[in-house]
Structure formats: structure tokens, C-alpha cells
Design a binder for this molecule. Structure first.
Ligand code: GAR
Length: 200
């Protein structure tokens, strides 16, 4: 359970799968000086592993599958948005949420929705970032936390972390190294962001 000061900003984390970034965000949020508290985890995938992890940490979770909404992406997003509003959430953190958002949800949370992406943006937006960094023979890789805007992986950058690329790297090995960096970067950036909001 949370030991938050009253000024903590209530945050929702949106996931689709493993939820390792979500877990790092929850853990950091439960420390006294974090500036935020994860109040809700929403998954668009019913059996996403992250839901059980969040529940074990005392965080409310919701599954809002996109499939029943068919091609109506905005209708799914309206259901997600209603859940976020009902929970009193003020900031949304996408953490491995593998949906491209419509302009409607982006505008609804403009300036209050963050995403983590496993590359040094503007390099490698989209998928397969680690394989692309290796194919390009880059010397380093990393991750980026940015504000969400209508262009995919294009919003203003709030923070980045770099890791070396090793000569015998595989996409999986590089992904693991980057994820370790993600787990440090995202709580730090989200905490600073929420403290900035609290200061007005
Ligand atoms: C993370 O590496 C995150 O950066 C990436 O998905 C992974 C989710 O892992 N996100 C994207 O690729 C978004 N375009 P997690 O579920 O263990 O946090």
C-alpha cells in the first residue's frame, strides 16, 4: 500500500503486457518523496501479466479489452478515458501500451500523458528498435520518455538514458540492457514531471 504524502499526483499506467516498467513506476511511487502515486493500472489485454503484479502491489487494476470495440478505436478510448476520470487520475503514463492512439485521446490528455520508448528518439520510432539499432551498427542505444502528441513517438522529450551496444549483442540482450535503463529513467522523469505540476 502507498505511503504517499497528500500532495502526490494520482497517476494511471496503461499497459498491454509484462508490465516491468509499470512495476518500477509503482515501486517508486510508493516511496515518500516520489511526487506521484500509481492509483490505477489499465490494460487493453485481459490476461496481461502486469495486472497480477500491480494487484500484488495493492494497486487497482482494470482490463478494458479493445477487441469488443472492433474498428472503433475512439469508442475503446472513451471507455478507457471514463475509467481514468472515475479514478481521479491527473497524469497518464503509457508503459508498453501497444496501441496507436487517436487524436481524441491524445487531445483529452494533452500535456498530461507520457510514454516510454525503447530508443534514443528521434532515432527509431515504431517497432523493432533494437534490431534497427544493431543493423545500423550504432555505438549506443537507449530509451526516451516523452510527452504524447498526435505523431507517433514524436512528442517533446522529457528525458533519455543511454546504454552501450556491445560487439556480440543480440536484439534480446540489448532489449534487456535498455529495459534496466528504462526502469531507472521512467520513475525519475515521471516524478519530476508530477512535482512540476504540483508546483503549478
Ligand atoms: C518497453 O521496452 C517499452 O519501452 C516498450 O515496450 C516495452 C514494455 O515492456 N514500448 C514500446 O515499444 C512502445 N512503442 P514492459 O511491459 O516490461 O514495461
Amino acid at each position: 500500500m502507498s505511503s504517499q504524502a497528500a500532495s502526490s499526483v494520482p497517476v494511471a499506467v496503461l499497459i498491454s503486457g509484462t508490465g516491468s516498467n509499470m512495476a518500477a513506476l509503482i515501486d517508486a511511487g510508493q516511496t515518500a518523496a516520489s511526487g506521484y502515486d500509481v492509483a490505477l493500472v489499465v490494460s487493453n489485454v485481459e490476461d496481461a501479466g502486469g495486472r497480477a503484479i500491480a494487484a500484488a502491489k495493492g494497486v487497482q487494476t482494470l482490463s478494458i479489452p479493445h477487441k469488443p470495440f472492433g474498428k472503433d478505436r475512439e469508442a475503446h478510448e472513451r471507455a478507457v478515458d471514463a475509467a481514468l476520470r472515475a479514478a481521479g487520475v491527473e497524469v497518464v503514463a503509457l508503459a508498453g501500451y501497444m496501441r496507436i492512439l487517436t487524436p481524441w485521446l491524445v487531445r483529452a490528455w494533452e500535456g498530461r500523458m507520457l510514454n516510454i520508448h525503447p530508443s534514443l528518439l528521434p532515432l527509431y520510432p515504431g517497432l523493432d528498435t533494437h534490431a534497427r539499432a544493431l543493423a545500423a551498427r550504432d555505438a549506443e542505444a537507449g530509451c526516451t520518455v516523452h510527452l504524447v502528441t498526435e505523431g507517433v513517438d514524436e512528442g517533446p522529450i522529457l528525458g533519455q538514458a543511454r546504454v552501450p551496444i556491445l560487439s556480440d549483442d543480440t536484439p534480446a540482450a540489448l532489449a534487456e540492457r535498455v529495459k534496466t535503463a528504462e526502469h531507472r529513467l521512467y520513475p525519475q522523469v515521471l516524478g519530476d514531471f508530477c512535482k512540476g505540476l504540483a508546483r503549478g
